[in-house]
Design a binder for this molecule. Structure first.
Ligand code: VNL
Length: 396
């Protein structure tokens, strides 16, 4: 019997006649994913978490999709955009990867746009979260989140909870500007006042002088965005500067109370209110299974929101391959990802066919002690939130 898959494999073989038979047959059976991450440098926790999330997906679901073997090639860009782009080019040309994935920070994700367009290769953004990235190439899709998505619900919560005067404090680059812009828009439209907007450098941040400014402004709360990995330094300086004692509440996106660092932050973190798409404490059978496998494979390390971006990014690639019946053409894969939906450990998600960004629940959470450990405990859900920055584009 001649199956559809055999026919497809045969035609793929013909298309590749220019190449050696060896590459052709190897490429027919294998799908190569180039996972580029900051495995060293100040954002190495993001690389470690995303890779572990991706590997957990493969452990739980096997290493084949649509009959093909999925091969993960992990490369370290040390958090430097020049390297991300060079590695992407090298993976496309020398390794023949079919999909690129990872991208720990916004500038790293943006650097590969021209490579994607030239090679017709999809890029699954598993970490970076500035809203505009996916507009830069039709080949970007995303399984992390966007800062506008997480920040608007925090503003709504503040409006509804007697918080009237706020200082915003964000890291001074793409996602921080997004957080500041979208929190401010929502909060002020509903009667809140921004007393001061503080921006902190991305490199080697020292929050102390900025926190002194926050304290001097005597706001009801400070709204904070910081990239994953610096939350515990921030929390220590927040306490040292006496902001808790001054009665200034801390509200933030979940990047600040990152599950990876939360226990390290200790008692001062308790009571922090955040909005985000993933908590290790999310109650569902899918999440229990995910957390258990992840911790078992990683010496007890708790998965954070970066890990779930890696896990779901792999799911998206597997599901797209099933949809194309193993066809790895970049345009076919991009068509296949549009509109896909599934139940993630974070809750129900789908890929917006218009923007290729993820539509997902945003949860409001409070840091609480549960069985002697700190967790982001979810108490309210905003369902199926689209990236608000792009909802605005289409309304224009
Ligand atoms: C970004 C956004 C990076 C959120 C993050 O951690 C984060 C980014 C490294 O888009 O650069 O938590």
């Amino acid at each position: 019997m001649i199956t559809r898959r055999m026919l497809m494999a045969a035609s793929a073989g013909v298309a590749m006649l220019g190449q050696t038979a060896l590459t052709a047959s190897a490429q027919e059976d294998t799908v190569k994913i180039g996972l580029i991450l900051p495995m060293t440098g100040p954002f190495s926790s993001t690389g470690r978490q995303v890779e572990a999330g991706a590997r957990t997906y493969m452990e739980m679901n096997g290493d084949t999709a649509a009959g093909k073997t999925v091969e993960l090639i992990v490369r370290d860009d040390a958090g430097t955009a020049d390297q991300t782009r060079r590695i992407a080019q090298e993976l496309v040309v020398n390794e023949g990867v079919n999909v690129l994935a990872g991208f720990g920070l916004t500038p790293l994700a943006l650097s590969v746009g021209p490579v994607l367009n030239q090679a017709n290769i999809p890029a699954v953004i598993m970490a970076a979260a500035t809203a505009s990235i996916t507009k830069e190439s039709e080949y970007y899709t995303r399984t992390s989140f966007t800062l506008p998505q997480a920040s608007v619900p925090v503003a709504t919560w503040a409006n509804e909870n007697d918080i009237n005067r706020v200082v915003t404090l964000v890291t001074d680059y793409g996602p921080g500007i997004d957080a500041e812009t979208w929190f401010t828009k929502e909060f002020t439209e509903n009667g809140g006042e921004i007393v001061e907007a503080v921006r902190v450098p991305l490199e080697n941040p020292d929050f102390a002088p900025y926190l002194q400014r926050v304290r001097d402004s005597e706001p009801d709360a400070v709204f904070v965005f910081l990239p994953s990995g610096v939350g515990s330094l921030f929390m220590r300086q927040f306490t040292e500067r006496g902001l808790n004692e001054a009665g200034i509440r801390l509200i933030a996106t979940g990047d600040v109370t990152d599950d990876d660092l939360l226990n390290e932050m200790g008692e001062p973190a308790i009571g922090t209110i955040t909005g985000h798409h993933y908590s290790a404490a999310h109650e569902s059978p899918e999440n229990e299974a995910f957390v258990e496998s992840f911790e078992e494979a990683n010496d007890g390390m708790r998965p954070n929101f970066m890990a779930i971006g890696g896990y779901d990014g792999m799911h998206l690639i597997y599901a797209a391959l099933e949809e194309t019946e193993g066809e790895v053409d970049g345009d076919a894969l991009m068509e296949a990802i549009k509109g896909l939906s599934w139940t993630s450990p974070r809750g129900p998600v789908s890929i917006d066919p218009e923007t290729r960004d993820i539509i997902q629940n945003i949860y409001m959470r409070e840091v609480e002690e549960v069985d002697g450990e700190l967790y982001n405990v979810e108490f309210e859900t905003y369902e199926a939130v689209k990236d608000p920055a792009k909802a605005e584009d289409s309304a224009e």
